[in-house]
Design a protein around this ligand. Structure first.
Ligand code: ADP
Length: 159
């Protein structure tokens, strides 16, 4: 059975993330969307809130599970039985960071392959921070944040 781990902050999940999850779910028997801590980022939503939001959005994808990860991504992926790490690339800026992470992960465990999905053009500018910025300033987030969670996101950000 081929298992993939898609690690990220997902603070919150966007339509860009969801598109990658759908595409990965067609290629692997099981996909674990894994909420990891990124020490470079200050988060808005708790890990449990992020997990619940993702679960609502992937309820119709039977081979997708959501977990909270800890420790090194490759170690956590190995515990899941994953053979691949899924990441998304939007622009050159992502590429440099992703290349560094993937190479470090390869040094740590070369049995787990990093696989990159190119963002769809309509989501190539989209990040959780952009979506939050739009939400906080009263903009329409319907094109950026899955409808299942948009009320909750707006309610939390406009408190
Ligand atoms: P991290 O803090 O680990 O970068 P993110 O939630 O920001 O977590 O992103 C997780 C992964 O999803 C990263 O590989 C990122 O490049 C990718 N990603 C984020 N937004 C998009 C998008 N709009 N389209 C495609 N991939 C994306």
């Amino acid at each position: 059975m081929s298992i993939a781990c898609y690690p990220g902050s997902f603070d919150p999940i966007t339509n860009g993330h969801l598109d990658i999850i759908r595409r990965a779910s067609k290629m692997f028997d099981e996909v674990y969307v894994t909420i990891m801590v990124n020490p470079k980022k200050k988060v808005t939503f708790s890990q449990e809130e992020r997990k619940e939001m993702i679960e609502k959005c992937v309820a119709n994808l039977k081979n997708v599970k959501v977990v909270i990860g800890q420790g090194l991504t490759v170690d956590f992926a190995k515990q899941l039985g994953a053979v691949s790490l899924i990441r998304g690339i939007r622009a050159v800026a992502d590429y440099e960071y992703e290349l560094q992470q993937a190479t470090a992960n390869m040094m740590l465990n070369d049995e787990i392959e990093s696989i990159f999905f190119v963002a769809r053009p309509e989501y190539s500018f989209l990040s959780s921070s952009v979506a939050k910025e739009i939400a906080v300033n009263g903009g329409d987030i319907s094109k950026f944040i899955p409808s299942e969670i948009s009320d909750f996101v707006l309610q939390e950000l406009r408190k």
